[in-house]
Design a binder for this molecule. Structure first.
Ligand SMILES: Nc1ncnc2c1ncn2[C@@H]1O[C@H](COP(=O)(O)OP(=O)(O)O)[C@@H](O)[C@H]1O
Ligand SMILES: [Mg+2]
Length: 411
């Protein structure tokens, strides 16, 4: 495999396994930093392969393809969490510098392993259990109350591995769902069951940690999910209790340290009403939903809204460079995802893109070069405002732009 062409000056090459939008968005800051990226892409037209000159095509499950790719890089990181354990082990045996390490990554790849580890660390989780059969699901639901949430431990994203089970008479449908062809991830370890958390909203803590242990945390954000897909992020989370924000940040940093995460770590949280006197007496608390060990949708706001965006920080972290300042640059930044439209003619994205730019020059548009499919994330927009009272207006501007690009609003 031909290696990437190195820049003069002894600059390292960062390899990224997976050519999706996250790898693609590392390229802008990598160019500015003078760092070479090389991506192991699914296809020549993968989102990242379109913008990174060194983009050999290979399957992330093919151990020899991944080993050959890694030999051309100084460090290797990931666009997604789906590289199988045997491939990761082979890279470690070859002495490849992997960030995050397989030991850490396991807790983002496997939601059951994650629940066990967080419970051992004493971190707040929803009540949960592992179930291997329908009786175990019924027993769990009867214990914690219906409905319950069932999750495939591996391979899910955008809510695709998540199913709500309304009652004991609906458990058979769950079994059918799990057996359906194409369901993400193997189930040999059982399915993860969780109580359905009556959260007031969803939050996310994003931190970065370098191999030498330096860490930095962005402000805690609010995330809005529709049908399991993130549609909006508000940075910082409006009205968040200061003590809760501090404890959530502490939890993010603690998880990064205890698990030995290198690179960006996202911790998804549910904010829940807490009894006064509990957890610091602020009347609100949180439980951890899940972890991601890579740049994350909840951090896209930081590309325009923070001194150091998550993609720059991830590149710095995996190279063990000093980390950048994660502070917000504005009072508020709102991120709205652009999902593929479902109306005829929506593949004509370019005219809509021109309109959005003309209508509001303050909107920062990020598109991923991906084909439009209904519900698929094809881009996002960021809107920042210095006005402390400007959140609602920024939200309106961001969602308007995202909806216009989707084709669901026409003016
Ligand atoms: N235990 C739960 N209680 C209530 N809602 C949940 C629970 N688990 C997940 N959800 C909802 O489903 C969404 C997706 O679940 P998550 O485990 O984060 O899967 P994914 O890996 O697809 O992001 C969450 O953001 C939340 O809106
Ligand atoms: Mg999630």
């Amino acid at each position: 495999m031909a290696g990437p062409q190195r820049a003069p000056g002894g600059f390292p090459v960062v390899g990224v396994i997976g050519g999706g939008q996250l790898a693609r968005m590392m390229q802008g800051p990598a160019v500015e930093l003078g760092v070479q990226l090389s991506v192991l892409a699914e296809a020549p037209d993968a989102a990242a392969a379109l913008v990174i000159p060194s983009a050999p095509v290979g399957d992330h499950r093919d151990v020899e393809a991944v080993r050959a790719f890694a030999r051309t890089c100084d460090v290797v990181t990931f666009d997604h969490e789906h590289v199988p354990p045997d491939v990761l082990d082979a890279l470690v045996a070859d002495g490849v510098a992997l960030h995050p390490s397989p030991q850490a990554l396991r807790f983002a790849q496997d939601k059951l392993a994650m629940r066990e580890r967080l419970t051992t660390l004493g971190l707040p989780c929803p009540r949960w259990a592992a179930a291997h059969d329908a009786d175990a699901v019924r027993a769990f639901g009867d214990e914690v109350g219906w409905p319950v949430v069932a999750k495939t431990p591996r391979g899910g994203y955008d809510g695709k591995g998540v199913r709500v089970v309304d009652g004991p008479d609906r458990v058979d449908e769950l079994s059918d769902w799990l057996q359906e062809a194409g369901r993400p991830g193997p189930l040999e370890g059982g399915v993860l069951l969780e109580e359905k958390v009556a959260f007031t909203r969803e939050l996310a803590v994003l931190v970065a940690r370098s191999p030498s242990g330096q860490a930095a945390a962005w402000p805690v954000v609010e995330t809005v999910q529709v049908d399991g897909i993130c549609t909006e992020v508000l940075a910082p989370a409006p009205g968040l209790d200061g003590d809760l924000a501090a404890r959530a940040t502490e939890t993010g940093l603690r998880i990064a340290g205890e698990l030995g995460v290198t690179g960006v770590l996202a911790v998804e949280l549910f904010e829940v009403p807490g009894a006064p006197g509990e957890q610091g007496g602020d009347g609100a608390s949180y439980v951890v939903n899940e972890l991601a060990m890579r740049p994350h949708n909840s951090g896209h706001w930081s590309m325009d809204g923070a001194v150091t965006g998550q993609f720059e920080q991830h590149v710095r972290a995996v190279l063990d460079l000093p980390l950048g300042d994660p502070s917000a640059r504005s009072a508020w930044t709102v991120m709205a995802n652009v999902l593929g439209g479902d109306q005829p003619g929506d593949e004509e994205l370019y005219p809509a893109y021109r309109h959005v730019m003309a209508r509001d020059p303050g909107v920062k548009v990020h598109l991923y070069g991906k084909g439009v499919r209904p519900g698929r994330k094809i881009g996002h927009v960021n809107v920042s405002t210095a006005d402390a009272d400007g959140l609602a207006a920024a939200r309106e501007r961001a969602t308007h732009a995202a909806h216009y690009l989707r084709g669901t609003v026409r003016e």
